[in-house]
Design a protein around this ligand. Structure first.
Ligand code: ADP
Ligand code: ZN
Ligand code: ZN
Length: 806
């Protein structure tokens, strides 16, 4: 009955559809089907019309023909997903235990019909020598009169072989196919006028006024013209134009255009020896994945740009990923200065339409460089040279929504599928990446000097327990206070940091720095009012809360809590004449307010800036001479296995904020644990020491990268339902992994409330598993059957593999 069939991933939210479906292709659509295009089909008993993505086309199948339904139509003229990305979809589904449709959503911008925006135009060279078939010639006759949208072309040229003909004209290099919104920089809409039917216009039997004739003749020569330009050039009124529009002689397109922004191109700098070596090695080594380790200012970005330039010359595209927060105007400008406007930018604030425009620029290979936050890794590149991940240690490279993919893992996978290079850059590489270096899976390249010789600041650790003795009960030590006073006196600036979760629930002694930790997980325990107990985030073990310090016997043991708001109030009281501003997630609404504070600080309108991690990146101000980390403990004692790593990274980054100009900076790290090795390693900029000690502890307490830690979170607005479901699923899971637990390949903990139990009115119950590398695939398959195969109403399941993070 069918000559060919297609295998589809259906765009359907129901979990029960998570498999590939086979549909038949009617004869008239055979020519159009191709892997990577979308089709519409009937699905289910109700015969809903839904769309699906073709993953393969085949001429043999093992389902009886009468059981196979037919596809309804093919949506796309050209594949929206490449064969390589189809492979990546399957990999993501397996790797992160998600559904096919979750993985597909990463690749395709929301459902805008692709073909509406295809503009076909003739190239300007001479075509005389190229021989065309009769059919090609007749199609080309329509196109050569001016650009035309595919939709319109299909109406004029009725033959159903239009796609094949267009392909062949494109192969012969005499037409271009581009997205129409895509003519061009600054966003605004332009109204473009053109004649409706180029060939037949003179056949219209109407009484034309002189003004109308003027317009028609003008448009015959100029094809598509901005309305304002016509009114100006011909001195005609808008009313005449409206009249012609009404008579359907003219058509009007709303075109989104960008004004070519004048950016002066900058030449590449002469690279220093280390930079040169790094570039050459990236390009010539047989390895595909590199870690570029160098402090801020050591010239990593220059290396990136050189590598990109190399691939650009080979006509290959490059992807540059930066954390969302450093995706600022400055970053983009720097790349524009080097690569002109051949850049597409993706960030989370883009609307659907803008995102689609950027997507098309990449798809049509109109850009050489793609810059964006993590999701830009899925841009539809044609020929990939390199993926660069700057500040690779940042949390924002792990997706916060399903599938919870790790961008670095995806990039490494892509380097295999697409034979591209990956460069991970950081001053404080993640332990995970560094452990890949130690296993020879990633090649290490180091930049040891700052490109411009600015001095590193002085870093001082302040023992906060001594402050109590001095009668200072505030969160600002005497020394920090003095330094702020001096900086303000010299009209210099101050940055004060607090961890992003001011309140984190850990319990510590203000006298000796003792912190209540789980003996089995080496993670701080969290105070729970219910039952007055301390609880471990991972294994769920509990201990009764004590009010006497088990180490020094003092009664200064209490829950830590300080928010940026409180700090702001204190600072205003201490320095009433200074201009103070606060920057955290609560005080920020949208990107503009971030940019406002950024600009005010840059212009010297703000003296003291108080904020969270947000401030650690990109704040490169020469007038900042005092930086205070108000509570290193608040970060160190977050109940996550990687909180030490995050503390090291943050303190190192923060310290880099001081003394960026000619003035020497001072950094104060306040803590109740002045001997802590993490804090000391960060003070001394000693990555080696930090990394060795941290890896030792991770091994001892069985955490990544030595073992896989899986977190399954059951989420519901209905608390009882969340708890019951989590328990039921746990019982099911326990039976299925029993043997593996016996063999000590799997450690399964009981479900416990998430340390932040209620978020957005939803209750979250966590369950952790530790799984040996060899058993991972097996356990994932079990998880899929237990958690994903059946939908449960009002329940969301979130699965994190090695990505439970601060
Ligand atoms: P990173 O990305 O490691 O923070 P950048 O590439 O931004 O470092 O370089 C820091 C500063 O040093 C920039 O102002 C840059 O222009 C300058 N720079 C980098 N490489 C060189 C070089 N080879 N010669 C002169 N200046 C350089
Ligand atoms: Zn104590
Ligand atoms: Zn524990």
């Amino acid at each position: 009955m069918y000559n060919i069939c297609v295998q589809l991933i259906l765009n359907n939210n129901s979990k029960s559809t998570d498999q590939l479906y086979t549909y038949g292709v009617p004869a008239e659509l055979e020519e159009k089907v191709q892997a990577g295009k979308r089709v519409t089909v009937n699905f289910g008993r109700n015969r809903h019309i839904i769309d699906g993505l073709i993953v393969s086309v085949s001429s043999s199948w093992d389902i009886p023909d009468n059981k196979i339904k037919s596809i309804i139509d093919v949506i796309d003229d050209m594949p929206v997903v490449s064969l390589e990305m189809i492979k990546l979809i399957s990999w993501i589904r397996e790797r992160y235990v998600c559904k096919y449709s979750d993985a597909v959503k990463l690749m395709i911008p929301s459902m805008i019909k692709y073909e509406h925006s295809i503009l076909i135009s003739a190239k300007e060279e001479l075509f005389a020598e190229i021989s065309l078939s009769e059919k090609e010639q007749s199609l080309f006759e329509i196109i050569k009169n001016g650009s035309i949208e595919l939709e319109k072309l299909k109406k004029i040229y009725a033959g159903k072989d239009i796609y094949a003909l267009l392909d062949s004209l494109k192969d012969k290099n005499i037409i271009d196919m581009t997205s129409s919104e895509q003519q061009s920089g600054k966003r605004s809409y332009e109204k473009l006028l053109s004649l409706r039917e180029y060939k037949t216009i003179d056949e219209y039997d109407i009484n034309k006024t002189p003004s109308q004739i003027k317009i028609i003749n003008y448009l015959k020569q100029n094809k598509k013209v901005n309305i304002k330009k016509i009114v100006n050039d011909l001195d005609v009124s808008q009313a005449v134009i409206n009249n012609l529009l009404k008579k359907e002689i003219l058509t009007q397109d709303l075109v989104l255009y960008e004004e070519e922004e004048e950016t002066k191109k900058e030449e590449a700098l002469m690279l220093n020896e280390e930079q040169t070596y790094a570039c050459e090695d990236i390009l010539n080594s047989k390895n595909n994945v590199f870690l570029l380790h160098g402090v801020t200012g050591s010239g990593k970005t220059e290396v990136y740009m050189n590598v990109i330039e190399h691939y650009r010359k080979q006509n290959k595209q490059s992807i540059v990923l930066v954390p969302e927060i450093s995706l600022t105007v400055q970053t983009i400008k720097r790349f524009k200065k080097r690569f002109g406007n051949k850049i597409a930018v993706f960030h989370s604030k883009l609307g659907k339409k803008e995102k689609f425009i950027q997507w098309n620029k990449v798809y049509n290979k109109e850009v050489d460089v793609i810059i964006g936050a993590r999701s830009a890794i899925f841009a539809p590149v044609k020929d990939l040279g390199v993926i660069i991940i700057d500040e690779e240690h940042e949390d924002s490279y792990v997706s916060s929504t399903t599938p919870k993919y790790d961008t670095i893992e995806v990039a490494i996978r892509m380097s295999v599928i697409l034979n591209a290079k990956v460069v991970l850059g950081s001053a404080t590489p993640s332990l995970n990446t560094y452990s890949m270096v130690l296993k020879n899976q990633v090649e290490l390249l180091e930049l040891n000097q700052r490109a411009k010789n600015s001095e590193m600041p002085d870093v001082e650790i302040i023992d906060m327990s001594k402050e109590l003795d001095k009668g200072n009960n505030t969160i600002i030590s005497e020394k920090l206070y003095e330094s702020i006073r001096l900086s303000l006196g010299k009209k210099e600036q101050v940055i004060l940091f607090l961890n992003k979760r001011g309140y984190s629930g850990f319990v510590s002694c203000k006298k000796c720095g003792y912190v209540a930790k789980c003996d089995h997980c080496d993670v701080s325990m969290t105070y729970h009012i219910k039952g007055n107990v301390l609880k471990c985030h991972y294994c769920g073990r509990t201990r009764i809360m004590t009010y006497t310090c088990p180490k020094c016997g003092s009664d200064k043991i209490e829950q830590f809590s300080a928010g940026t708001q409180q700090v702001e109030n204190l600072v205003k009281k201490l320095f009433p004449k200074a201009n103070t501003a606060r920057m955290d997630v609560d005080s920020m609404s949208g990107k503009s307010s971030y940019e406002n504070i950024y600009n005010d600080f840059k212009d010297g309108k703000i003296d003291i800036l108080i904020g969270t991690q947000m401030l650690a990146k990109g704040f490169d101000f020469p007038e900042v001479t005092t930086v205070g980390v108000l509570s290193a403990d608040a970060l160190l004692n977050l109940p996550f296995y990687n909180s030490s790593e995050k503390t090291f990274q943050l303190i190192t980054q923060v310290s880099g904020r001081a003394g960026r100009g000619n003035k020497k900076g001072k950094v104060f790290i306040q803590t109740y644990e002045p001997e802590n090795y993490i804090i000391n390693a960060a003070k001394n900029n000693d990555y080696e020491m930090f990394m060795k000690e941290e890896l030792r502890l991770r091994k001892e307490f069985a955490f990544p990268p030595f073992i896989n830690i899986i977190n399954i979170c059951v989420i519901s607005k209905n608390e009882k339902l969340a708890v019951d479901t989590a328990n039921e699923k746990y019982n099911e899971l326990q039976i299925k992994v029993k043997d593996m637990v016996k063999e000590r390949m799997v450690l399964l903990y009981r479900p416990i409330p998430h340390s932040i139990y209620k978020v957005n009115d939803e209750y979250r119950i966590n369950l952790f598993l530790k799984v040996s590398r060899r058993s991972l695939q097996y356990v994932k398959d079990i998880m899929r059957t237990v958690y994903l195969d059946k939908d449960i109403e009002n329940i969301k399941i979130s699965i994190n593999i090695n990505t439970d993070t601060v």
